[in-house]
Design a protein around this ligand. Structure first.
Ligand SMILES: [Zn+2]
Length: 286
């Protein structure tokens, strides 16, 4: 029974992988087909009809593929990744990549998951756009709204919120657990509770509102052999991944100072450890 299921699964995965591969080949031919207007000669009304009837591609997919390919056609590095991994893998960088940094982006698209790559691009865009103030809309009960307005009085909201946050911070500080020196990776519950409480379980990277998936040791547990409550930060999957690629700057400072950097600091001990772990995972799961 088990063998039968295994065989079925193997056949299905094998066909699926082939179907994807051939679909990728079709997608990559679209720009040329469009330029040469091949469909006309073959008696089709449009490239959409042509692609739908011959390859089962939706109109949306044709349009999307053409749009992305037009942007990367002059970038051989990204084209290579598109051929190997499909357009999905390079979509996040299609509009940000320039000819001069084709190699840089190709390398990222080759090695990062789509989720991590999207986050990385968003961060870099954000940095380019600079600092802004933020307007937050809140659904509040009338009594709470009244009370807040009262204590704000003639001052501004920013001042009041700062005060409230400081009170919260002081309260948390009173509960800081002690650093635990140990060889056990498992984070003691007191420490993990404290680490999560600071952001209420949200990823601590500036601007990210995703739920944290991981408690991350900014000093790398393999190096420090300790659980220091102030060096353990909650991170979402993508930001955790970026951290281990050495792409978060100022990781030793509080998260409000964190920034995405385009290149890792290769002289950092942490970077060397992270590389080892990444390579280990590659050989293990490849
Ligand atoms: Zn995040």
């Amino acid at each position: 029974m088990k063998n039968y299921k295994k065989t079925l699964h193997e056949r299905f995965s094998n066909y699926g992988a082939n179907a994807k591969l051939w679909m990728r080949k079709c997608e990559l031919l679209l720009p040329e087909i469009e330029r040469a207007r091949v469909w006309e000669e073959e008696g089709f009304g449009s490239i959409y009809e042509y692609a739908a009837k011959l390859a089962g591609m939706s109109k949306e997919k044709v349009r999307d593929s053409l749009r992305i390919l037009r942007k990367i056609e002059d970038k051989p590095g990204l084209m290579k990744v598109a051929r190997e991994k499909g357009l999905r893998a390079i979509r996040p960088v299609a509009t940000i990549a320039e000819k001069e940094d084709d190699k840089f982006w190709a390398d990222k698209a080759e090695n990062m998951s789509v989720n991590t790559l999207e986050t990385f691009v968003r961060e870099i865009r954000h940095e380019k756009s600079g600092h802004m103030t933020t307007l937050i809309e809140m659904d509040l009960d009338p009594e709470i709204a009244e009370e807040l307005k009262k204590i704000k009085g003639q001052n501004n909201w920013n001042e009041l919120m700062k005060q409230l946050l400081e009170i919260r911070e002081k309260q948390l500080e009173q509960e800081i657990p002690e650093t635990k020196k140990t060889t056990a990776r498992h984070i003691p519950s007191k420490i993990s509770r404290y680490a999560k409480a600071k952001t209420n379980g949200t990823c601590c990277f500036p601007g990210c509102l995703k739920k944290a998936d991981v408690l991350h040791h900014t000093d790398r547990f393999a190096l420090s052999k300790e659980h220091n409550p102030n060096k353990i930060r909650p991170l979402c999957k993508a930001h955790h991944d970026l951290a281990h690629r050495g792409l978060i700057q100022n990781e030793d400072l509080p998260p409000q100072y964190w920034k995405i950097q385009k290149q890792p600091d290769k002289t950092d001990m942490k970077f060397m450890i992270d590389q080892k772990v990444i390579n280990y995972k590659k050989t293990k799961f490849a």
